[in-house]
Design a protein around this ligand. Structure first.
Ligand code: SF4
Length: 474
């Protein structure tokens, strides 16, 4: 049986700033508490300790891993928690030194209950261990690994355990890009149509549409908030939000009062090449500024790279096709999701495993392939576009200054988005039969490069910009 990763596994609604360091540990904490409840240990637990290892420890403070653990242990849901409640809950735990579970149970949780360890666990670089005690005796110990994109596993899990729901047979089992291309060719289908047929095995058409619509609305809201929020990002780097000013200059005195009218207003602005670059950059910056301030974003495929896909889709809607509606949005997200899942199955979408090529590189490839389909490219050309986008991110390291998902991360989303558009345009002018590097080969190359990459460049903030430009310089 081939493993199927749903588009909803690749595009998840969550809270910034990091899918591997925020969303994953949050989900792990939630899962551990649920396990306690299921095994009847919950009522016995009177204290909890948490150990963070490797990259989760080294960049955990900057990536808000400790806050995510607190929220997960409090059984808050990252998809639905009101953003304004986040700091209320965290402040209460830190001040009262108590955890409050659903149903009213409270236990002592001192400020040193989360320990940061520099060493790495052998299984994966993002490890977190939860320990539960009753009268001083350890009665529950579980270790989870956050493997990127909000996915979590335990040591002996397979991908199918990781994605519980997707164990049935699918009409188009896809592991490699070549298979996807052959299905499209044999059955005369677009990539998005193949993906939709697979998705129908696990959800109704109405549910798929409703969820895709919710994902897009979250992306749009994120861009809207980012474009209308001034100030300095939290974390101590003193990074000024830039989407606000860029947006003000581009939108000028247009009048609008909601997101729908905003799209219409942008469509009415005059856009030449320079303005197009600025709009796309602005959309990407806006998302990642919201992400950096612990706002609600869609992991696509990660939080650090959450700006690329919304920026490219918005580009299509406001620049390329003013008549576009939900059908195009759906096509784009389905195609992007499938391309991302091929990377996940054959390489990684985790910066702790593969550096930034696994985040921005993958998101750029997803966006490039999806845009190519909307621009009328063949399925083979979509895969060429994804290949071009990744090829020119190969080797990209992860070296965030101060462990924060801000520099170089925020700008990097703009670059990934622009490269995706360029890759799509190049692919549309390419005969796929003449391509020297197929997508599968570039994915294999990315994975080999990931394995060869020094650990200092894998989300540890121990190399590159993170040490040449430290927090003290900012
Ligand atoms: S450098 Fe890239 S991979 Fe690393 S945190 Fe920033 S966006 Fe994510």
């Amino acid at each position: 049986m081939s493993q199927f990763i749903s588009v909803f596994d690749m595009l998840k609604i969550g809270v910034g700033p990091s899918s591997s360091h925020t969303l994953g540990p949050w989900r792990a904490a939630q899962e551990w508490v649920q396990k306690l409840r299921d095994s009847n240990l919950f009522n016995m637990i009177d204290s909890v300790k948490v150990d963070l290892y490797g990259s989760l420890s080294l960049t955990g403070k900057g990536h808000a891993t400790d806050l995510a653990i607190l929220l997960g242990l409090s059984e808050a849901d990252p998809e639905y928690i009101p953003i304004e409640d986040i700091f209320t809950i965290v402040d209460r735990i830190n001040t009262q030194e108590e955890l409050h579970f659903k149903g009213g149970k409270q236990i002592v949780f001192p400020n040193n209950a989360i320990q940061f360890h520099r060493d790495f666990l052998p299984f994966h670089s993002n490890g977190v261990t939860f320990r539960g005690y009753s009268k001083g005796k350890e009665i529950s110990t579980e270790t989870y690994y956050s493997i990127g994109g909000g996915f979590i596993v335990q040591e002996n899990d397979t991908l199918e355990d990781e994605i519980e729901i997707n164990k049935q047979n699918f009409p188009y089992p896809i592991n490699r890009a070549k298979q996807l291309e052959e299905y499209c060719e044999n059955d005369n289908l677009l990539i998005s149509e193949v993906v939709f047929k697979n998705e129908l095995e696990i959800n109704s058409a109405e549910k798929i549409d409703a969820e895709l619509s919710r994902i897009w609305e979250t992306m749009l809201e994120c861009m809207y908030i980012g474009c209308h929020t001034e100030g300095i990002l939290p974390g101590g780097l003193n990074v000024k939000r830039r989407a606000y000013n860029t947006h003000q200059k581009l939108i000028k005195d247009a009048v609008y009062s909601n997101q729908k009218e905003w799209i219409t207003a942008i469509r009415s602005t005059e856009v030449k090449f320079r303005e197009i670059l600025k709009w796309v950059s602005c959309f990407a910056l806006s998302v990642n500024e919201v992400n950096a301030s612990l706002g609600r974003v869609v992991t696509a495929p990660t939080n650090g790279s959450a700006g690329v896909i919304p920026a490219v889709l918005m580009y299509y809607l406001v620049i390329e096709n003013h008549e576009a509606d939900f059908n195009e949005i759906k096509q784009f997200l389905l195609t992007a999701g499938e391309i991302g899942s091929i990377f996940k199955k054959n390489a990684t979408i985790s910066a702790a495993m593969g550096g930034c090529q696994a985040e921005i590189g993958v998101s750029s490839a997803m966006a490039a392939g999806a845009l190519t389909e909307l621009l009328g490219g063949s399925p083979a050309q979509c895969l060429v576009a994804a290949e071009i986008a990744m090829e020119h991110h190969l080797g990209l390291t992860c070296d965030p200054i101060g462990g924060l998902v801000q520099v170089p991360c925020i700008e990097r989303n703009s670059m990934g988005a622009i490269k995706a558009i360029n890759a799509a345009e190049m692919a549309l002018e390419t005969d796929p039969k003449e391509v020297k590097v197929p997508l599968d080969k570039v994915i294999d190359t990315m994975w080999e490069t990931a394995k060869d990459m020094h650990k200092n460049y894998k989300e540890t903030s121990e190399g590159g910009l993170a040490i040449n430009v430290g927090l003290a310089d900012c």
